[in-house]
Design a binder for this molecule. Structure first.
Ligand code: ADE
Length: 232
């Protein structure tokens, strides 16, 4: 079968090595090998005109820490934009909008996206004001940089591309797709030292099994994430 999704993700970072591992295995690697997505990782320092390839400077106002400067980031984004049009230019930072499955679903329908990984104290606010179209946080905690967030975002988008997962419906049955956690899963043996698989799953009755899975998903969501059901 041939799928021609052909998405392109450009990631701009000061630590390209951090992205090699997470994006070079499993479903993401297979999606790249099948030509469903191209991932290009760019070292921000290559876009710095400074003779030491600096990309940061001291903050105005005397705070501690360093701030990523405008020029190399603008240069990187403009270089990419001169080659193609981008649907979103995303900045990963703890003070961005909370990333979730709905955002992942929408991003998976786009063609070209840039992800700029934040570092140090963050980027000069003027980049956010003038160049960034979307700011995303993967959770209310602070990472050392935006690279792991960029990997999380890329992985969650790529697995949704048609053809990325062999059984295409399986991404649709992921947790969160219906605002529900996914039901428990079991495999052989059916009885492990007295720990038994629920009888219904061995019954061969497809409709009853589907009903059981749906009810289990609701029960689990009520127990663990009532907020998803609007119940908190
Ligand atoms: N960079 C640092 N912390 C982050 C977070 N929680 N989400 C996205 N990018 C980040």
């Amino acid at each position: 079968m041939y799928f021609c999704t052909n998405m392109r993700i450009d990631i701009i970072t000061v630590i390209p090595e951090l992205l090699d591992g997470p994006l070079n295995h499993s479903i993401v690697k297979r999606a790249c090998d099948k030509g469903l997505v191209e991932i290009h990782i760019h070292n921000l320092r290559d876009f710095s005109k400074d003779k030491h390839h600096r990309v940061d400077d001291y903050p105005f106002g005397g705070e501690a820490g360093m701030v990523m400067t405008i020029a190399p980031i603008e240069n990187a984004i403009q270089t990419l934009q001169s080659e193609r049009k981008y649907d979103e230019i995303i900045y990963t930072a703890p003070d961005g909008k909370k990333y979730d499955q709905k955002v992942a679903n929408r991003l998976s329908t786009l063609t070209n996206i840039i992800i700029l990984c934040g570092h140090y104290k963050g980027i000069d606010q003027r980049i956010r004001d003038h160049l960034i179209t979307m700011e995303l946080s993967i959770g209310d905690y602070v990472l050392s940089g935006g690279e792991l967030a960029a990997a999380v975002i890329s992985d969650s988008i790529i697995r949704l591309l048609p053809g990325a997962i062999s059984d295409e419906t399986s991404a649709l049955s992921d947790s969160f797709q219906d605002d529900l956690l996914s039901p428990p899963v079991y495999t052989r043996p059916a009885d492990y030292k007295g720990w038994k698989v629920p009888d219904i799953l061995l019954s061969g009755h497809a409709a009853k099994i589907d009903e059981w899975k749906h009810n289990e998903a609701i029960r689990k969501t009520e127990r663990l994430r009532p907020d998803l059901l609007g119940e908190d």
